[in-house]
Structures are given as structure tokens and as C-alpha cells.
Design a protein around this ligand. Structure first.
Ligand SMILES: C[S@@+](CC[C@H](N)C(=O)[O-])C[C@H]1O[C@@H](n2cnc3c(N)ncnc32)[C@H](O)[C@@H]1O
Length: 446
């Protein structure tokens, strides 16, 4: 997913005023996400005009929509400094237009002369909102001067669905929960994993990036990934710094028989295949496996692809090593997918934990004695991580935790739990742009 950030990679709207199409697209998408829980990608691509839009306008629409979805309540706090009273509850569309306009002014920092007329026109176009057009004009002209303080003071925890914010406060305590919410409130970095032997430092210098201690190449701006040098050659792939850890911690050696379970779209399969191991990639989704196959082709790496439910899959022979990246609530990735917060419900977590339990038992059964399994989820919820593994160890006498050591996590000791499992959080490496929240445990079979 690409999205606009401030700085040199920021796509500007094609004309300074009245560029209505991308703004109208953003408005429709925000409505889909916040009111109906539709994923942002689907809400944007589902707009009839999407196919006709130029990449620049698409990026602009996505940037506005993402900005609103990250900070809806903070934007309301700013608007309330200018409005005499809130809009009536039923004026959903007018409210969303004000939020979108305020996001452009306050977050994307579009000057009033380039943004306000367009939002006033969108307000005027719809007979249901037309009577708010003068209000929109006045509010969006003044929202920076009068509302910026309230925007900056607003608590990012309030921009999350209540049940999720409450959960994080209960699990991690309020200061950490707030730090996680702050990490979600700004656009993420571009993180790349390179093939072994690739000159990551020269590449990083070329694209204005840094090589982090764990080997990930990180650039502050996402920009257009397929335009970067080395994309066609398949020298690297997009992968969050924390998402790159599980495959590394499996310590795969050339020639080993390795299964990547729940593999698609394949970031971790590529890492495993690049070690020279013999890799089987299993996933239940043919559509996602197609992307995995394309990724293997682009990077010129090899893995056997199997379409199957991991709960029913039997390995052709006992495996030396297994990576299980189980389906999860993905609450650790909300800084990359801020819209996903509205697509979840509290009950999802118990259902997913149940699926993870079954997949974990089935996966462990495919290991040879002495084999190792890395279990991971990109979730911040204990039921999908710490609690899941504690229960597994209790019911599985031939399993033990193989503690990860501090030198396996260069620069990231804070992610090491006392028991040797790993817990990353979006607020870790905050000054460098954070990371996805992952739980990772390495298990060994007796
Ligand atoms: C977290 S994603 C995997 C991401 C992937 N490992 C990567 O690094 O690109 C979870 C995957 O599990 C797959 N999945 C969900 N339930 C499954 C099941 N019962 N059997 C096999 N795959 C399943 C989904 O299709 C999805 O691709």
C-alpha cells in the first residue's frame, strides 16, 4: 500500500484548485471504511472512477483517506474549535467532508487556496449537504489557525475503536498503549529485505535509505516501490523490519527441508528460499498463492507451492524446520493498515485463537524429532501470542521453547521476553519509524 507523506515524494494534486475527482474518491472511501468497515483498498478500488484515475491522483486520494482514517477524532477536536456546535448526528456526509478537508489542511498541509474551494464544491454538489457550503468555506479556512492546537493535543488512543484501545490499555498499560496509538497515527516507513549477498549499503545510499541493525533497508518515504532500482531484477522485496525476524530466527541452513505454512503472499517464503533450503510453501488461498508465485518469479527464487488447509496437510516427509505465520487479527500492523481497525470486532480474536491452536498442533506434527518450529502472528493480542504458546507447551509434552538470544536481535533487545520469545510493538524504535507488532516463539521437538 502506498500513501502520501510529506517531503520530496509527496504527490501534489494535478491542479491547485478544484481537483475534485481524487477528493471525491477519498470521501467515498472514508465513508466505506468508517461507516461500513470496508478495507481501504477495496473502498478505493470499488469507486467507479478509480480505473480512470492517474497514479498521482490515486495516491492523492489514498493520502487524504488514510489521513482521516488515522486521526478522525483529532480532526473533530480541531473542527470543534471552529464550529459553534457539532453538526447534527444525521449529517454524516457533511461531517465527513469537513473531516477530509481538515485532514488536507492539518495533516497534508495543503494551503487554503488549494484545498478549500474543492471541498466547498463537493459540499455544494450534493443536495443533502449543499446548505453547509458556506460553513465549510469558513471552517476549512480557519481550521489551521484555530484548530491546530486541539489537533496536536488530541489523544491518539481516541482515534481507535473503543474496544481496541481498552484492550491495549489493559494489556500493556496506558503509556505503552498510547505510544502504540501514536505509532499508528503517522504514515509508516518503507522497509525492504534484500537477498543475501546484495550490496544493501550502496542500494540504501542510492535511494535515501538506511540499513538497520537487523539488516532491513528502511526509507522514511514509501513512494512508488516498483520505480526503485532493483525491483525488476528481484534483488529485494517489501517487508516490515519486524516481519523479517521470524524467518531469520528459524536459522535455516542450505539443503534443509523447510515448510512455510500460511505462506502467502510470501515475504517469509522468499527469505527461506534465499537461504538455499528446500522450501514448501503452503496456503489455503489460491489467489494469495498466485501473488506468492509472482514474487518467487520476480526474485528468481524457488519453492514448491501447495494449496491446502494447513490443518489437513501432511508433509511428504518429516520437516527439519517449519515457519507458521498463522492467520490473526493483525492488530500489530495497524500503522500500515490503519483502516483494518474498523474491520475487526472483539469476538474475532477468540475465533482466530481457536484456528491458531488447530494450525499449531497440525504444524508441529509435521516436524522430525529435533526439528524446530517458529510460530508467529502480527497481533498485539496475548491470546494470539503469549497465551497461545503457553497453552501449547502445556498440552504438548514433546515441545519446548528454544529461547532466542539477545545477539539474535541486534539493537532490539527490548523485544526479548524473559522466556526467550519475542514481542515487538509499533512503538519500538519509535525514533526510527517504529515496526509492526509481532509475537514470535521458537519451539523444538524432543
Ligand atoms: C499472516 S498471512 C501470511 C503472510 C505470509 N506468511 C507472508 O509472510 O507473506 C496468513 C495466511 O494464512 C492463510 N491461511 C488462513 N487460514 C489457513 C489455513 N487453514 N490453511 C492454510 N492457510 C491459511 C491466509 O490465506 C493468509 O495467506
Amino acid at each position: 500500500m502506498t500513501e502520501m507523506r510529506k517531503g520530496p515524494h509527496r504527490p501534489e494534486p494535478k491542479s491547485s484548485t478544484k481537483n475534485l475527482m481524487p477528493r471525491g474518491t477519498a470521501l467515498g472511501a472514508v465513508e466505506g471504511v468508517l461507516a461500513k468497515g470496508v478495507p481501504l483498498d477495496g473502498a478505493l478500488a470499488g469507486r467507479p472512477e478509480w480505473k480512470r484515475m492517474e497514479p498521482r491522483d490515486r495516491a492523492f486520494a489514498r493520502a487524504i483517506a488514510s489521513a482521516v482514517i488515522r486521526r478522525p477524532i483529532a480532526l473533530d477536536a480541531a473542527l470543534m474549535q471552529v464550529l459553534d456546535k457539532p453538526l447534527p448526528d444525521e449529517e454524516i456526509k457533511a461531517h465527513l467532508i469537513l473531516r477530509c478537508g481538515a485532514a488536507e489542511r492539518l495533516i497534508l498541509e495543503t494551503p487554503a487556496h488549494a484545498a478549500v474551494d474543492a471541498w466547498v464544491s463537493l459540499m455544494a454538489q450534493d443536495p443533502n449537504t449543499a446548505r453547509f457550503k458556506n460553513l465549510a468555506n469558513a471552517v476549512l479556512r480557519r481550521v489551521v489557525d484555530q484548530g491546530k492546537g486541539a489537533f496536536l493535543d488530541s489523544d491518539p488512543l481516541e482515534d481507535l475503536p473503543d474496544w481496541l484501545a481498552e484492550r491495549w490499555v489493559e494489556t500493556y498499560g496506558e503509556p505503552v498503549a498510547r505510544a502504540i496509538a501514536i505509532a499508528r497515527s503517522v504514515p509508516p516507513t518503507l522497509d525492504l529485505t534484500a537477498k543475501p549477498g546484495f550490496d544493501a549499503q550502496s542500494f540504501a545510499d542510492e535511494i535515501g535509505a538506511k540499513v538497520l541493525e537487523t539488516g532491513t533497508i528502511r526509507r522514511p518515504d514509501i513512494g512508488a516501490v516498483d520505480g526503485l532500482p532493483g525491483f525488476e531484477a528481484g534483488d529485494w522485496w517489501v517487508q516490515d523490519v519486524a516481519a523479517a525476524l521470524p524467518a531469520r530466527l528459524l536459522n535455516v541452513k542450505p539443503g534443509e527441508k523447510v515448510a512455510d505454512l500460511c505462506a502467502a503472499p510470501g515475504g517469509k517464503t522468499l527469505q527461506l528460499a534465499a537461504t538455499g533450503a528446500s522450501v514448501i510453501a503452503v496456503d489455503a488461498s489460491p489467489k494469495r498463492l498466485k501473488r506468492l508465485a509472482e514474487n518467487l518469479e520476480r526474485t528468481k527464487l524457488n519453492a514448491e507451492i501447495v494449496t491446502a488447509d494447513v490443518a489437513d496437510w501432511t508433509a511428504p516427509e518429516p520437516m527439519d524446520a517449519i515457519l507458521l505465520d498463522a492467520p490473526c487479527s493483525a492488530t500489530g500492523t495497524l500503522r500500515r493498515r490503519p483502516d483494518a481497525a474498523w474491520a475487526k470486532e472483539p469476538g474475532d480474536i477468540a475465533n482466530l485463537a481457536d484456528i491458531q491452536r488447530r494450525l499449531l498442533d497440525a504444524s508441529f506434527a509435521q516436524l522430525k524429532p529435533g526439528g524446530r518450529l517458529v510460530y508467529c502472528t502480527c497481533s498485539l493480542e496475548l491470546e494470539e501470542g503469549e497465551d497461545q504458546i503457553a497453552a501449547f507447551l502445556e498440552r504438548t509434552p514433546d515441545a519446548r521453547l528454544d529461547p532466542v538470544t539477545a545477539d539474535e536481535l541486534p539493537g532490539l533487545k527490548e523485544a526479548l521476553r524473559p522466556d526467550g520469545a519475542v514481542r515487538t510493538r509499533p512503538d519500538m524504535w519509535e525514533e526510527r519509524g517504529g515496526m509492526d507488532g509481532f509475537y514470535i516463539a521458537r519451539l523444538v521437538k524432543a
